[in-house]
Design a protein around this ligand. Structure first.
Ligand SMILES: [Zn+2]
Ligand SMILES: [Zn+2]
Length: 133
């Protein structure tokens, strides 16, 4: 079980997460998270404090993005057809042991930036084919 919170501390949650995280460079994640979104999949997710400060925005036909209305911190991305929310890596209190697993939309990655870690990568076309079925 991991716990997390936003920058101002009004929104707090607990979650069972995987030990890996996904990196996404799609344009929506870039606009939302300033270049790269790092998300940790959850198998359970509970807002433990500040639910009234959690704004869940429908940012596309298939996904929601949730953030704190007080400080603007990203809390999670949620692809509605794929289980629980993917929490923002940086919102977790402790990220010890989490390692990158995959880089989505690798062909949309900001130039002049590379992850040092070697992970699976998927292009936009591969992501759309994979997630639209
Ligand atoms: Zn906040
Ligand atoms: Zn994305």
């Amino acid at each position: 079980m991991r716990i997390g919170q936003c920058l101002c501390g009004k929104v707090k949650y607990s979650a069972e997460t995987e030990d890996t995280f996904a990196v996404c460079y799609c344009k929506m994640c870039q606009q939302w998270a300033s270049g790269v979104f790092m998300g940790v999949s959850t198998t359970s997710f509970t807002v433990t404090e500040g639910e009234t400060h959690l704004k869940i925005a429908r940012t596309s036909d298939w996904a929601d993005r949730a953030f704190c209305t007080e400080c603007g911190s990203n809390i999670y991305y949620h692809s509605r057809d794929y289980g629980g929310p993917t929490v923002a890596l940086g919102s977790l209190d402790d990220t010890t042991g989490l390692t990158p697993r995959v880089q989505y939309f690798i062909d949309k990655k900001p130039t002049g930036f590379d992850l040092v870690q070697d992970t699976k990568t998927m292009t936009e076309a591969e992501c759309l084919a994979h997630f639209s079925t």
